[in-house]
Design a protein around this ligand. Sequence first.
Ligand SMILES: [Zn+2]
Length: 83
Amino acid sequence: MPPRKCAGCNKINESSKMIRIMKVHNTREILINPDSRHFGRSSYLCYNKDCAQYAIKKKRIQKTLKTEIPAHIIEKIQTLTDN
Ligand SMILES: [Zn+2]
């Protein structure tokens, strides 16, 4: 898997070790860790609460995906990084 940059801390990590937030190309639906059937513009985060909070606060994911992020997706990101 290619390395990707975290939207929070900007560190490079393997994409398989990160949360992927995708805007699906044709439906514009926002998915978390989509399976390989889907493709579209993606943003990545470490499994780290600080990265998630920072990226959400600074709207970094929104800027990368060029869309608003639904509240249930933000809640899911927070759940995945709440450790
Ligand atoms: Zn990070």
